[in-house]
Design a protein around this ligand. Structure first.
Ligand code: NAD
Length: 351
């Protein structure tokens, strides 16, 4: 079956949805768009879309089955609920809402109307994340205990509406939601502790350089870091497991695994490093023959699976990949991130 889709908010990611659906999803026709900005409306027209004058006009277009919402974060909730109540299925950009209570309301309306609601967690299809997922699920380097995931840049203040609190700006709601979603799929045991150090280096109102500290019930400890003022980056991923370490350096997915060599035992011998102020045996380099260096695994990933799954849910009652309950769990952790930063201490939880 073919589906017809409209986009609310035809800016950066809204027009990206249009171009990518057209290129990769044969069963969806992108028909129209709604935007409050003339430039965006002109762009939609030049992309061959109908431009709706009002929300009511869009909602009363009976051909539209799916609405993708890609406006700034503060307007998601009202749009999602209006669309669901008009009988439309909804894909909402992340973060679906700015707090868990609003998301609970949306989920209730989705259940009441029986209409699909999902969030565009496209970074579940990032290759760097899939590589780490593959390494951890294979057990190749044992059990993880430290997971570090970072996105870092040095371009300073956040762009446009992202720098205003009223619009739901700030790094926690922008990138934090992606990195949390990923890590909470890598480890599905409950989150038992949340800490956060949120800095506002360039903004008077929103966080822009942040560290988040998560502990899972099985003991795994996670650091998430996002920065707009970092001139020497850490790797995208650094994962320490009982039998080795994996590093993904960047989005190009350069990196490696270093693991224990199977046939060699650690010998302490006389390896001592003499630093200027004293000796250390513990931190002396490990003899090279006791380790093995391996390439990162090859993984296949395809973002198009996101909308293909939406079609499969609508046509065949398939299981939704990005489930509202998963998104709500992330949003509850986000709520604690703000509280932990304000309190200046980590907060225990069971999420
Ligand atoms: P943007 O500023 O480029 O585009 C937003 C568009 O919405 C603009 O064209 C603006 O005119 C329009 N708009 C603003 N208020 C509106 C309203 N009330 N009604 C109708 N249109 C309105 O922003 P963006 O970068 O495209 O971000 C939009 C959303 O997409 C945000 O929620 C953001 O977090 C999300 N996003 C997700 C990803 C991803 O990878 N999943 C990437 C970028 C943005």
């Amino acid at each position: 079956m073919k589906y017809s889709l409209a986009i609310i908010g035809y800016g950066g990611i809204g027009s990206w949805h249009c171009a990518n659906i057209r290129e990769k999803i044969a069963d969806i026709t992108v028909k129209g768009a709604l935007d409050i900005r003339e430039e965006a409306r002109e762009k939609a027209k030049s992309d061959g879309l109908i431009v709706y004058e009002t929300l009511d006009e869009l909602l009363s277009d009976r051909e539209i089955d799916i609405v993708t919402i890609a406006t700034p974060n503060d307007s998601h909730k009202d749009y999602v609920i209006a669309c669901l109540r008009s009988g439309k299925n909804v894909v909402c950009e992340k973060p679906a809402t700015m707090n868990p209570k609003d998301l609970e309301e949306i989920i209730a309306v989705s259940k009441e109307t029986g209409k699909l609601f999902s969030v565009h967690h496209n970074r579940r299809w990032d290759k760097d994340y899939r590589i780490i997922k593959e390494i951890l699920s294979s057990g190749q380097i044992g059990k993880p205990y430290f997971i570090e995931s970072r996105v870092q840049g040095s371009r300073g203040a956040m762009h446009g509406w992202r720098s205003y609190k009223i619009n739901g700006g700030g790094m926690v709601l922008d990138w934090g939601v992606h990195l949390l979603d990923q890590v909470m799929l890598l480890n599905e045991t409950p989150v038992v502790s949340v800490g956060a150090h949120l800095f506002s280096i360039f903004s008077d109102e929103v966080d822009d350089n942040i560290k988040i500290f998560i502990r899972f019930e099985d003991g795994v400890s996670v650091v998430l870091e996002m920065s707009t003022n970092c001139f020497i980056n850490h790797p995208r991923w650094h994962v320490t497991c009982t039998d080795g370490t994996a590093v993904v350096e960047n989005w190009k997915c350069d990196g490696k695994i270093v693991q224990l060599a199977t046939d060699s035992k650690m010998e302490w011998a006389d390896d001592i490093v003499y630093t200027e102020a004293g000796p250390t045996r513990t931190m002396a380099p490990r003899p090279v023959h006791t380790t093995a260096e391996l390439p990162l695994p090859e993984v296949e990933t395809d973002w198009a699976e996101y909308y293909k799954n939406i079609i499969d849910v609508l046509s065949n009652d398939a299981e939704l990949l990005v489930k509202p309950e998963q998104v709500l769990r992330v949003m509850r952790v986000i709520d604690l991130i703000f509280k932990a930063d304000e309190a200046g201490t980590a907060i225990s939880c069971n999420l």
